[in-house]
Design a binder for this molecule. Structure first.
Ligand code: SIN
Ligand code: CO
Length: 375
């Protein structure tokens, strides 16, 4: 983590995290020398035809462009969601459109490999690799995102105008989140291999200069209330009644002339029950790990073969695996792990692979678990 890397402009991941992450933008010229798009144009269009792939087409519209001239705005926009037929895409000669494909790392090994370079950030925060293809003038308009992003230019040029977000108000009547008052402070043209890091809520507008492809490494930012809801749901699922039921008792209940009123003692009983469930850090951590390792929405796994002898294992690109000091979590499930097995499982989560010699040395219990997982 203290080694300098061209990916971060000759900075170490440790320094980048300390000085830039969530703090200020960074332009890195030639972050990846001789970069190539992880997918070629025709294959990207084919991918956008699939039900399993999340894609969007954004077109700057002519009519609205005329209208906007009158209104003094930028341009008009049309957005459609995939899956989309190749034939439903505008002509390559038509300027001002862009196709965005989310989660490319789940479908394309080269994109998955590219994403691995950003694992100096915890997996619980790393989201996916999105790619955009644009014809000349294409883009998604001036906007801000709520998450950090690395924008890596992989083909052609894109002009980025960026600035701190001073006014978050959005244009009405457009299908995209477009800022009403965008005040750029910097104007940058990115060539293939160049990369721009932006912290959350930093205004930006990227416009393709000629045919252009840009990869976005995006991050997950849990929202407090959302996370609470998800963790609580998991926590509730995991609650088990004790063998001897802990029943409400009210020997002190007097006769009442207000039978509709909820007894205060019952309110206290409920509060104590909820607090007890919440006070168990182990259950809470378990629920959190399960939530964080939940696979992405369109992910499905086919049944596999049992693990043959003498081989190593690697995690499928779609598998999410994380751990804490007591458990490991994979694809929304948790296992308590201790000792040597825990060390091997943590290694598997960190490296996303175990060598054949590592696998040969695991305990029978862990071997059984690996067999289960591969199947
Ligand atoms: C794009 O690649 O066109 C959009 C990426 C972004 O602004 O987040
Ligand atoms: Co953005």
């Amino acid at each position: 983590m203290d080694q300098i890397t061209p990916l971060l402009g000759g900075m170490s991941p440790a320094k980048f995290m300390r000085d830039y992450w969530q703090k200020k933008p960074l332009l890195i010229r030639q972050a990846i020398l001789g970069v190539q798009s992880p997918i070629e144009r025709s294959k990207l269009f084919a991918l956008a035809e699939s039900e399993d792939v999340e894609s969007r087409l954004i077109v700057k519209t002519d009519g609205a462009a005329k209208k906007s001239k009158k209104a003094g705005a930028d341009a008009g926009w049309r957005m459609s969601h995939g899956p989309m037929n190749r034939r439903s895409l505008p002509a390559m000669s038509q300027p001002g459109w862009t196709l965005l494909v989310q989660g490319l790392d789940l479908h394309v090994p080269a994109a998955y490999e590219l994403l691995q370079q950003f694992r100096f950030v915890p997996d619980a925060r790393l989201d996916d690799l999105m790619i955009s293809y644009a014809t000349d003038g294409g883009g998604v308009g001036p906007h801000y995102d709520s998450y950090d992003v690395f924008l890596l230019q992989v083909h052609g040029q894109r002009r980025w105008r960026i600035g701190p977000l001073k006014d978050a108000s959005l244009q009405a009547d457009v299908p995209l989140k477009i800022l009403t008052h965008f005040v750029p402070e910097q104007d940058l043209v990115l060539e293939p291999g160049d990369m721009l890091y932006l912290p959350p809520r930093w205004a930006h507008d990227g416009i393709a200069q000629g045919e252009c492809m840009t990869c976005s490494v995006g991050f997950r930012v849990p929202e407090k209330t959302d996370l609470a809801r998800e963790v609580l749901l998991r926590l509730v699922e995991g609650l088990e009644c004790p063998e001897v039921p802990d029943l409400y008792k009210d020997p002190e209940q007097p006769a009442t002339v207000t039978p509709g009123q909820i007894p205060a003692a019952l309110q206290e009983f409920a509060l104590a029950a909820v607090m007890k469930a919440l006070k168990d850090p182990s259950a809470l951590h378990s629920a959190l790990g399960e939530v964080l390792s939940e696979p992405k929405p369109r992910v499905w796994f086919q049944a596999g073969e049992p693990l043959p002898d003498g081989v190593g294992v690697r995690l499928d690109p779609r598998t999410r695996m994380v751990y804490d000091d007591k458990r490991v979590f994979a694809n929304g499930e948790s296992w308590v792990a201790a000792g040597k097995d825990a060390r091997q499982l943590r290694l598997l989560a960190d490296r996303r692979a175990l060598s054949a010699s590592d696998v040969a040395r695991v305990s029978p219990a862990l071997r059984e678990l690996l067999d289960q997982w591969t199947e």
